[in-house]
Design a protein around this ligand. Structure first.
Ligand code: UT7
Length: 372
């Protein structure tokens, strides 16, 4: 039976607090020129005290459901590596807060590849007939993992969430997830890690070193792997469905570093204009970066119905993956609230990214309180 997973709704949300390069340069040995030239980042959004990944996920999920024109799904998959608590997963609580009832809900941990893995998981639930509609969210509050004194990580990451609704459909229709390629290499897990907080460290019974509770990354090695793996994965996915890489209209890479995006495009012989990018305004938002780039691309008109799109991620694990689809016509993610609460209205090309309203614990359909 033809049970393809089709993208039916899209939404995103970033917290209102903007952190500029100059603000970081005031407290770290860095400067705006270094950050812009080495990463392409001008500013990022960070959660405020007490705000969590789950709060971001609820807002993005609400918008994706609105965009899909539905208030029910059969499952929720949340990609995150900054859950609200180490245990339990964050997805069940997000699902309850969205009023979606007792449906299956679980987290997927694949760091910056998380959204691609979560889409693959959602598509699998649909293919098996377990679900007709799945909410897939990528959300991270990575600022909460960063060492206050580590200039090499603190300047890169931003917080946010993006989400899509997948529905059952057929492989030939716009929005259907078609080619897919996923991979991992656990022998290089030390390139991206938070050393403490897991069973390996806790079973020692030794006092935890503060520096081990923070995110660490071997930047240059990760850079090289990210370029190689994403380029290879895009090629593999394209070839599985008979596309030449040069036929891709929109390449939506994990927003790791502007230089990584450019290097992958060069390897694939794709022009710079093929890349959707919002890293300048949002930084690297980990599992949220791909759906937020999609939301921005739609809002600016850079991503249009009929485009041949490939999404590709790379991250800790190491993990990587990519997915191809023809972009569908979607209803804008514009739920209740004033125009400036929209998310996805500013790519790097077009001016400021709008602040959203504060996250809300209120039931769906009610306007979130504007307490920022
Ligand atoms: O999202 C998951 C995947 N993540 C990625 O793909 C990130 C991949 N890596 C990168 O994006 C880059 O490697 C970084 C942006 C992290 C670093 O850029 P780089 O050009 O590779 O710099 P580097 O690590 O080679 O460091 C060059 C110099 C060093 O100083 P010395 O040793 O040459 O004196 C660093 O200490 O730049 C220094 N540096 C900084 N200087 C000013 C590192 N961070 C900063 C900073 N400001 N924020």
């Amino acid at each position: 039976m033809d049970r393809a997973a089709v993208v039916a709704g899209l939404g995103g949300w970033v917290p209102p607090t903007v952190v500029t390069n100059d603000q970081l340069a005031a407290v770290l040995d860095t400067d705006d020129a270094w950050i812009r030239s080495r990463t392409g980042i001008q500013e990022r959004r960070w959660v405020s005290p007490g705000q969590s990944t789950g709060d971001l996920a609820v807002e993005a999920g609400r918008r994706a459901l609105w965009s899909a024109g539905t208030d029910s799904v059969d499952a929720v998959v949340l990609a995150t590596s900054t859950p609200d608590r180490p245990c339990p997963g964050t997805a069940p609580e997000v699902t309850s807060r969205l009023g979606l009832g007792p449906v299956p809900a679980f987290d997927v941990a694949a760091v910056c590849t998380g959204f691609v893995y979560a889409l693959a998981t959602g598509a699998g639930l649909i293919a098996l007939g377990t679900a007709d509609r799945v909410l897939v969210v990528g959300a991270d509050a990575f600022s909460t993992l960063l060492s206050p004194s580590d200039r090499s990580t603190r300047v890169i990451f931003g917080d946010g969430a993006g989400a899509v609704v997948l529905r059952t459909g057929s492989y030939g229709e716009p929005g259907a997830l078609r080619g897919m390629n996923l991979g991992s290499d656990g022998s290089r897990s030390d390139l991206i890690e938070v050393p403490a907080g897991g069973s390996r460290e806790r079973s020692t019974g030794l006092p935890v070193k503060a520096e081990d509770t923070y995110f660490t990354m071997q930047g240059q090695a990760v850079f090289a792997e990210a370029v190689r793996r994403m380029a290879e994965s895009v090629r593999e996915t394209a070839s599985r469905i008979g596309w030449q890489p040069t036929e891709i209209d929109s390449l939506v890479l994990h927003q790791a570093n502007a230089r990584i995006l450019a290097a992958v495009a060069r390897r694939l012989a794709l022009p710079r204009e093929t890349l959707l990018s919002n890293i300048g305004r949002l930084g690297n938002t980990v599992a949220a970066s791909i759906p937020l780039a999609l939301a921005d691309g739609v809002a600016t008109g850079e991503l249009r119905p009929g485009h041949r799109v490939v999404l590709a991620g790379f991250g800790g694990g190491l993990t990587w993956g990519s997915l191809a689809l023809e972009w569908p016509q979607l209803r804008p993610a514009e739920p209740e609230g004033p125009a400036d609460s929209r998310v996805g209205a500013g790519s790097d090309a077009t001016g400021p990214y709008p602040a959203g309203p504060a996250p809300s614990h209120s039931p769906r359909g009610q306007r979130p309180p504007a307490n920022f």
